[in-house]
Design a protein around this ligand. Structure first.
Ligand code: NAP
Ligand code: LUD
Length: 284
């Protein structure tokens, strides 16, 4: 066990303290940041994450609105709810927890969130702004990954970074942010042929696959920084990352645990985005 652990829970507390300080300053100007979180259906994992977000808001002094809609909600009903929040000047950030029940078009819902309230950073306008390096809301999970890498003191510039996974919410934006930090980035996916070799050459390895233990010890370069985004619930009821933690920790210099890694950081970065949304609303 050579690796240092990147303690996502502890780092998230630091980030939330930062957010709380900014909230205090905004409140002195008469502004109370407010996040609306919409959860459709009863997915147990989503319920846990949303509860965590609401608790984080309270901890930071951010007002929150928790909107729970039944599994049977139609797309039109959800869009109407999002529209209400979009038009409400007291609401600075809107988050619709994904995944949505079958039959609801995620894209249509994301498109209904005004870019200035899109604290998830999922709307096309924010994605585009991120791509060209303009000010925007960075997606919380990838932004949390970057913050975790930076917390190690290992510099990103010039490094070989490999991201496994290319989803719009994790893999792709993580690759984009690493590129913006001057890493040389390779993105792997299900059609990648020499995935093991590519991973084994990575100075920075980000795993966002959704398969427990996908990254084995031999895929970790000695001295690498390993960021495990995966959250997989095993038959044992426990959470497992995408990385074989014990084997990877033998070789890595730094590694994130699951739980207590990227998950809490995702929530903390959301607090920063919400505070930013309130600040920007004030100067508009
Ligand atoms: P996703 O949309 O299912 O994407 C998974 C990606 O992994 C896809 O790009 C897929 O490739 C690739 N992949 C799947 N099997 C592969 C294989 N055998 N070899 C190579 N690549 C493979 O998942 P996601 O939303 O990005 O989430 C990934 C994981 O992160 C999940 O466990 C999720 O629960 C977790 N997550 C955690 C957080 C957090 O805050 N900690 C946030 C979001 C997600 P193709 O594109 O070719 O299909
Ligand atoms: N949808 C997210 N869907 C799923 N883990 C999260 C997440 C906290 N619109 C929207 O919140 O950013 C999002 N925006 N996501 N996710 C995943 C993704 C979304 C995942 C894990 C956690 C948020 C988290 O707190 C804890 C940990 O890893 O230590 C464990 C929590 C547990 O299950 O006990």
């Amino acid at each position: 066990m050579g690796a240092n652990i990147i303690d996502g829970k502890a780092l998230a507390e630091t980030v939330k303290q930062e957010a709380a300080q900014q909230v205090t300053a905004l409140k002195e100007q008469g502004i109370t940041p407010c996040l609306a979180v919409v959860l459709v259906g009863e997915d147990p994992a989503s319920q846990v994450y949303v509860r965590g977000k609401i608790n984080d808001c309270a901890q930071c002094g951010i007002e929150s609105r928790s909107i729970r809609l039944p599994e049977t909600t139609t797309q039109a009903e959800l869009l109407a709810q999002v529209k209400l929040l979009a038009e409400d000047p007291a609401v600075h950030g809107i988050l619709v927890q994904l995944p949505l029940p079958a039959g609801i078009d995620e894209k249509a819902v994301i498109d209904a969130i005004p870019p200035e309230k899109d604290v998830d950073g999922f709307s096309p306008v924010n994605v585009g702004r991120m791509q060209i390096g303009e000010p925007c809301y960075l997606p919380c999970t990838p932004a949390g990954c970057i913050r975790m890498i930076e917390s190690t003191g290992v510099s990103i510039a010039g490094k070989q970074a490999v991201v496994v996974g290319r989803s719009n919410i994790v893999g792709k934006p993580a690759a984009m942010l690493l590129l913006a930090k001057d890493a040389t980035v390779t993105v792997c996916h299900s059609k990648t042929r020499n995935l093991k070799e590519l991973c084994a050459a990575a100075d920075i390895l980000v795993a966002a696959v959704g398969r427990a233990g996908f990254v084995t010890g031999d895929m970790v370069k000695p001295g690498a920084v390993v960021i495990d985004v995966g959250i997989n619930r095993g038959a044992d009821g426990k959470l497992h990352g995408d990385v074989d933690f014990a084997a990877a920790a033998e070789r890595a210099a730094w590694i994130t645990p699951v739980p207590g890694g990227v998950g809490p950081m995702t929530r903390a970065m959301l607090m920063l985005n919400t505070v930013e949304a309130a600040r920007r609303a004030a100067v508009r």
